[in-house]
Design a protein around this ligand. Structure first.
Ligand SMILES: *[C@@H]1O[C@H](CO)[C@@H](O)[C@H](O)[C@H]1NC(C)=O
Ligand SMILES: *[C@@H]1O[C@H](CO)[C@@H](O)[C@H](O)[C@H]1NC(C)=O
Ligand SMILES: *[C@@H]1O[C@H](CO)[C@@H](O)[C@H](O)[C@H]1NC(C)=O
Length: 369
């Protein structure tokens, strides 16, 4: 493949890049590969880096206002954090600058080759605040891949995808929606039990379909984050007079996490070449709550930015007052972790204590050949 002049600047960049990429695929040593070729991110607001800024509608969850982003880059980016989020820190730990950019920002770009260029060099984020399991992200990835293939060919694209990381973190919103729906109904204990069983079955079936579809599209390395202590987010805690966690919601999450663990253990042998690391966000948060001071927290119950009791009765708004030290809070707003909490989670998942990832760590996943 050659790059014939004359070409405009952008096409030339794309062309040179494709030459480099095809050399990599043909195993011509260019530079020692220090990081996976790319990362593709699927999930909810804990991983969203701005997709929701591009979604139309009034009821979309957004983090495009002050004080979001106050610590990075100083203005809101659409991350539900005071700074970087978990996707950023997972990406950084694997050698990227930050999370790959939001898919919808690439689509909105006037340059039609930006999506392909980005997808081939760093990856793309399909994470979107409020997302539940599945949604449309896999379809977006399918479109992205079709574009990649028409640029570079399927052999080269499949080769790079097989070494890339597919980061997935989703399920909390499904828990919240289910819990609220259950509360609104007056179900007997037996009915509740069968509702929960049906709920898990639906989630697991969709989760399985998502992973299988991504696998068919070329994904091999899955970094998966389970559902955390949803009953302990400030917005839920504040509903209790004493500010206690909602045990029922945590049990709901724990049950799903158990089902997710079994699902992955069962799926991997059926999908040759699939490798995964399942990160235990639930267990990590429990461990952190047991010894908050060990992680440098002075407040693990309330929000840094919000309003009312525990600063957990209102969303983080431009007029909200902030806590004195953002690094001392586990929660940035009434639902989302602070930048520091995101950093500590990613660190634990990458190469922290072995009990927080199974069967291998994110680091081992990234380096696995
Ligand atoms: C956030 O996005 C919404 C929807 O596009 C827009 O109406 C609003 O003005 C934005 N807020 C800021 C502070 O940019
Ligand atoms: C809920 O159902 C129980 C038994 O079926 C009944 O006694 C109770 O009054 C109901 N409560 C509400 C709030 O409807
Ligand atoms: C599973 O996916 C189907 C099809 O997209 C959707 O209709 C259903 O609501 C999903 N179920 C759950 C529990 O997410």
């Amino acid at each position: 493949m050659g790059c014939k002049l004359p070409m405009d600047g952008h096409d030339l960049v794309l062309c040179l890049l494709l030459v480099i990429l095809s050399m990599q695929v043909l195993q011509v040593p260019v530079v020692a590969s220090l990081r996976p070729p790319a990362m593709y991110v699927f999930g909810d607001s804990t991983l969203d880096v701005g997709n929701n800024n591009y979604l139309p509608g009034k009821n979309v969850a957004r983090a495009n206002r002050s004080h979001y982003g106050i610590d990075f880059p100083g203005i809101p980016t659409g991350r539900f954090s005071n700074g970087y989020n978990t996707a950023d820190y997972v990406a950084k730990s694997m050698g990227f600058v930050s999370s790959p950019p939001p898919y919808l920002s690439l689509l909105a770009s006037p340059s039609s080759s930006l999506l392909v260029l980005t997808a081939l060099t760093t990856g793309v984020s399909y994470a979107s605040g409020d997302a539940g399991i599945l949604d449309s992200a896999v379809q977006y990835f399918k479109t992205t891949k079709a574009n990649m293939v028409s640029t570079l060919g399927s052999r080269a694209v499949n080769a790079m995808l097989s070494r890339s990381i597919f980061l997935i973190g989703v399920g909390s919103n499904d828990m919240f929606v289910f819990a609220v729906t259950q509360q609104a109904q007056n179900r007997s204990a037996a009915e509740q039990q069968s509702d929960v069983a049906a709920f898990y079955a639906g989630l697991v079936s969709n989760y399985s379909a998502t992973v299988t579809e991504l696998y068919k599209l070329g994904a091999r390395k899955f970094a998966i984050i389970n559902v955390g202590l949803v009953g302990c987010v400030p917005r839920v805690r504040v509903l209790d007079p004493a500010g206690a966690c909602a045990d029922g919601m945590n049990q709901l999450a724990a049950g799903f996490d158990g089902a997710l663990k079994s699902l992955l253990a069962g799926l991997a042998p059926k999908l040759p070449g699939m490798v995964y690391s399942l990160a235990d966000s639930f267990g990590l948060t429990q461990a952190t709550f047991a010894h908050p001071e060990a992680s440098g927290y002075t407040n693990i119950a309330g929000a840094c930015c919000g309003g009312g009791r525990m600063d957990a009765e209102a969303d983080c708004l431009p007029e909200s007052t902030l806590c004195a030290n953002r690094g001392h809070y586990l929660f940035w707003d009434w639902v989302h972790p602070s930048q520091r909490a995101a950093m500590l989670s990613a660190k634990a998942f990458y190469d922290g204590p072995p009990q927080f990832t199974s069967p291998i760590s994110f680091k081992q996943l990234a380096h696995k050949i």
